[in-house]
Design a protein around this ligand. Sequence first.
Ligand SMILES: [Mg+2]
Length: 187
Amino acid sequence: MSASLPSTIIFDLDDCLWSPEMYTLRSIPSKPVKGPLGAHGEGVIGMKCSSGETVKLFPAALKILQRIASNEFENVTFGVASSSEEPSYSRACLQGLEILPGVKMDSLFPIQAIGRTGGLTSRKTTHFSSLKKQHPSMVFTDTLFFDDCNWGDHVGDLNNALGVKGVRTPNGLTEEEFETGLSMFNK
Ligand SMILES: [Mg+2]
């Protein structure tokens, strides 16, 4: 099999890339928490709420996002699709968390659909319509999607409705799940 990649890779946020889920937070994550970014030096590894909770990436998600930030997948467009009930909290985390020192998580994702208002609902087909408007050359059947699916089968729904290939990440994205997803595009 030759290595071949999808043209677009989309990630869910809550319980896929980071934890805990935004709806469980009692206030906006506003305070950067510094710490080690794996083997890549120090950076913002958490965003803390005044109510005490701290949002952090899953360890494997950080490693995968570091590969993306290091341009291992330079011809792939990356995005996020989240039906967060607190999109302003999600954006605060995207704009605060660092992947490499000085490299904000937000900068990795040129296309983003977050929330369940303004055309977005709890069904992620609405998020994919928004992503396609932001990136018209997006081809759903050449798109890979990761989602924990603990609240509903977004992966199955998007596959049935739009032909998107996806992988469920019930305990947060792992490196094995990421490789499984990539292998679905080997020709
Ligand atoms: Mg989720």
